[in-house]
Design a protein around this ligand. Structure first.
Ligand SMILES: C[S@@+](CC[C@H](N)C(=O)[O-])C[C@H]1O[C@@H](n2cnc3c(N)ncnc32)[C@H](O)[C@@H]1O
Length: 274
C-alpha cells in the first residue's frame, strides 16, 4: 500500500506507463470511434494516468475542455508533457473518491481502466456523479480478464492470467469488472445505461493488433507479474514461462486471441440519483 492509500496493481514504472500508451493507441478506434464531446463541453477525466486516453479525447473533441485528475503526481507530470501541444486539457492531482469540485461542475465524466482498481467502485461512482450536471453523461470503459479466448488454448497461460486476477483482487481491485458495468451504473442511479462489449480480436491478418495488443499490452502485462506470482507461491517459474510462451503461440500464423472490453454510457437524471 502506498501513501495514497491505494495498492495499485500495475505500479508506475516507465514500462507500465508505456504499456498503457501502447494500449490506448492500439485500441483508439475500437474504444473511441464514438467518443465525441460538443464544443464548449467541460469534461472530467477521472484517473487519467499518464494521459494516454487524454490525448485521444482532446484531439477528437478539440472544442471541449478536459479537466484530468489522478492521484499519482509522476503520471500527471508525464501527462502534462505529453499534452503540451493541446490547449484544451489541464491536469490536477485529486482522488476520485473525494473530488475538489462543487456539485454539477461537469457536463460529462469519462473514466477508463480505473474502476477496476478501486475497492469501492460504487462509492467512487457516487462521487463522480455528484460532480456531473443533470442531463450529463458518464462514460466508463473497463476490461475483463475473464474474457480471454486463446487458440491454441493453454493451461499454463490460464494459470498465469489467474495470477494477475489474484494479485489485483489482493490489491482490492476487481479484474472482471467489465461485465459488472451495467449493474454498477444502474445502481448508481444513472439512466439510459447502455453497455457495449468491444472485443479485440487478433490473428495473423491483423498484425497491428497482434503486436500492439497481444504482445505489447496483454502479454507484457502478464509477464510483468512473474516475480509477484512466483513469490506468492501461486505458480512455478517454469509454468509461468510456459504460460507466456502459450500467449505468444497464439500470435503464430495458425493462432488467434481475443479479449473483451466493455464501454458503458449512462445519463444523470434531473433528480438526485441516490
Ligand atoms: C490503469 S491506469 C489508467 C490510466 C488511464 N485512464 C489510461 O487509460 O491510460 C489507472 C490509473 O488510475 C489511477 N487511480 C487509481 N486510483 C485512483 C483514485 N482513487 N483517484 C485517482 N486516480 C486513481 C492510477 O493512479 C492510474 O494512473
Amino acid at each position: 500500500m502506498n501513501k495514497t492509500g491505494l495498492d495499485y496493481v500495475h505500479g508506475y514504472a516507465p514500462v507500465a506507463l508505456s504499456r498503457l500508451q501502447d494500449q490506448a493507441r492500439t485500441l483508439a478506434d475500437l474504444l473511441h470511434h464514438d467518443t465525441r464531446y460538443p464544443p464548449g463541453a467541460h469534461v472530467l477525466e477521472a484517473g487519467c494516468g499518464a494521459g494516454a486516453q487524454t490525448v485521444l479525447l482532446a484531439e477528437r473533441s478539440p472544442q471541449a475542455t478536459f479537466t484530468c485528475v489522478d492521484v499519482n503526481e509522476s503520471s500527471l507530470a508525464t501527462a502534462r508533457d505529453r499534452c503540451t501541444g493541446l490547449n484544451n486539457a489541464r491536469f490536477i492531482r485529486a482522488d476520485v473518491r473525494s473530488l475538489p469540485f462543487p456539485d454539477a461542475t461537469f457536463d460529462h465524466v469519462f473514466v477508463c481502466f480505473v474502476l477496476e482498481h478501486l475497492a469501492r467502485p460504487d462509492t467512487a461512482l457516487d462521487e463522480l456523479i455528484r460532480t456531473l450536471r443533470p442531463g450529463g453523461t458518464l462514460t466508463a470503459i473497463e476490461g475483463d480478464h475473464g474474457s480471454v479466448l486463446m487458440h491454441p488454448d493453454n493451461r499454463a497461460s490460464r494459470a498465469a492470467i489467474a495470477c494477475q486476477v489474484r494479485l489485483q483482487r489482493r490489491a482490492r481491485g476487481e479484474p472482471m469488472i467489465g461485465r459488472r458495468l451495467f449493474p454498477l451504473l444502474a445502481a448508481a442511479g444513472l439512466g439510459s445505461v447502455h453497455v457495449e462489449p468491444r472485443t479485440v480480436y487478433a490473428d495473423a491478418t491483423r498484425p497491428g493488433l497482434v503486436d500492439g495488443f497481444v504482445h505489447r499490452t496483454f502479454t507484457a502485462m502478464i509477464a510483468d507479474i512473474e516475480d509477484a506470482a512466483v513469490d506468492a507461491g501461486w505458480v512455478t517459474r517454469a509454468t509461468f514461462a510456459e504460460g507466456i510462451a502459450g500467449l505468444r503461440r497464439c500470435t503464430e500464423p495458425d493462432g488467434a486471441f481475443a479479449y473483451t472490453f466493455f464501454k458503458a454510457v449512462g445519463v444523470r437524471p434531473e433528480a438526485p440519483p441516490r
